[in-house]
Design a protein. Structure first.
Length: 461
């Protein structure tokens, strides 16, 4: 049995049976049989109606879904409510974009050999989708990995994070309540070897993964020939701050981007490179704001920073911070554990480039601030790691902004905003070690379909 504990109190809040290896064959075959029999495919209007009903049901249960996500994931109540509202919007976006899963005309007659023909493409569902999700957005990530598959017309098998399966279970139930036929969405809670057996099966056509790079790249190496995939891993998001940056707008933005969900976000503000003329002032103001954040029970509406997902993550963050301090980093605020499950919002000034807070994704409530004199060198340092996801530049100079956007190695660069900005209809994904493929509702839907060309030859043309 899988026991689910509150990340804040460590009290058990749920329990689930684990799917054994012997049962995985039936689960895969159920999904595969639905896809193989075109007579069972859900028509576009049916998918649209189901998703529209799903969104309405979710709207009627906002408070219930919010408390569920906050309790199992540890994200504060207010932020969890924002996640639920985003999730509902994501379902609506998926329903709207079903109409955009279309092909187009291919011109013929451009050569004598192509005369007397018309050609066009159509988009079809790719097949069975296997989705493996992460804990940090227990409802919205499932939307991006499950609802997109339903919208594209694909049967989907989803494995939620073992720490946060309850929101996934709730969504699967709502989809069925909204009219999704049996077998089109199956939730699997299992050990890693069973999950690997599922993911690498030849009947899986698309693999969606959100989680650690080590696991994601390993599983990609084991995929069957032809299985398409999207991997979303972590980053160590860099921010460049020029002397002309607007402090009044920037400081709250960086505090939110760095300490939202206790830093447990793949694009969380982690490395801030500020010009030496403003660096210490910037660092002190961020530290001053971070000290005022209320840390504690995610179910308390006044809490701004909740727990880390597991006590061992608190141990790890503490170890990394201590390593940085021993190597010469200055602690401007925080730096200590509050309890077995919470860590103080921490600002480190000029940690060495070789310590782990500078070289690896922290995934905790820690922001590092570094001084620079040459922006080109700062960008070079920002790009020096093998993880590249989202980045940002703060400046009032449009030429500096455009140059920085070009030179920062990232899939997205925010100008005068923090690195964790995201809306669900924009492209979202890492590059290099940070991932492959592109997320975002309509982008995932497109990835979960494939193109078929029809060429018609006629003497009448």
């Amino acid at each position: 049995m899988l026991k689910v504990n509150s990340p804040y109190t460590q009290e058990q809040i749920g329990e689930y049976p684990l799917v054994p290896m012997k049962s995985i064959e039936g689960i895969i075959q159920t999904a595969y049989s639905l896809f193989e029999d075109r007579s069972q495919w859900l028509k576009p209007h049916e998918r649209k109606t189901i998703l529209q009903r799903c969104a309405r049901i979710m709207e009627s249960r906002i408070e219930e879904l919010t408390k569920l996500a906050a309790n199992e994931g540890g994200k504060p109540l207010n932020d969890s409510k924002v996640e639920v509202l985003r999730a509902i919007n994501g379902v609506e976006i998926a329903a709207e974009n079903i109409a955009e899963l279309k092909g187009g005309e291919i011109p013929m007659g451009l050569t004598s050999a192509s005369e007397g023909r018309v050609a066009f493409t159509q988009r079809e569902p790719i097949g069975v989708v296997a989705s493996v999700s992460a804990f940090n957005h227990p409802l919205n990530l499932i939307i991006h990995q499950v609802v997109t598959a339903v919208a594209a017309g694909c049967p989907v098998i989803v494995k939620p994070a073992p720490t946060t399966p309850m929101s996934c279970e709730a969504l699967v139930g709502i989809l069925k309540e909204a009219g999704l036929p049996e077998g089109w969405c199956q939730m699997v809670i299992c050990e890693n070897d069973v999950a690997e057996r599922l993911i690498t099966d030849t009947r899986i056509n698309y693999f969606s993964f959100i989680g650690s790079a080590k696991v994601g790249w390993y599983l990609r190496s084991k995929l069957s020939a032809g299985t398409r995939c999207a991997l979303e891993h972590g980053g160590a998001a860099p921010v460049i701050v020029e002397p002309d940056a607007d402090f009044e707008e920037m400081i709250p933005s960086l505090i939110k981007g760095g300490f939202y969900h206790a830093g447990q976000v793949c694009v969380s503000v982690q490395r801030v490179f500020a010009h030496k003329s403003i660096c210490k002032k910037l660092a002190q103001e961020i530290a001053s704001g971070a000290q005022k954040l209320k840390v504690g029970d995610p179910l308390d509406a006044s809490t701004e920073v909740g727990p880390l997902i597991l006590p061992r993550e608190v141990d790890r963050v503490e170890e990394w911070v201590n390593e940085a301090v021993e190597a010469g980093a200055e602690v401007l605020c925080g730096g200590r554990r509050i309890s077995a499950t919470c860590f103080e919002p921490t600002v480190l000034f000029n940690p060495p480039a070789t310590v782990r807070v500078s070289t690896s994704e922290i995934f905790g409530p820690v922001v590092c601030i570094y001084s620079y004199t040459d922006r080109a060198e700062a960008i070079e340092t920002a790009n020096s790691l093998d993880v590249h996801f989202q980045a940002s530049i703060f400046t009032k100079n449009i030429d500096v902004a455009l140059e920085s956007v070009q030179k920062l190695n990232a899939t997205a660069v925010m100008v005068n905003d923090h690195t964790a900005f995201r809306v669900d209809w924009m492209p979202f994904g890492g590059r290099d070690s940070s991932g492959i493929g592109m997320g975002g509702i309509q982008y995932s839907m497109h990835e979960m379909t494939r193109e078929k060309l029809m060429v018609i030859k006629s003497n009448l043309l």
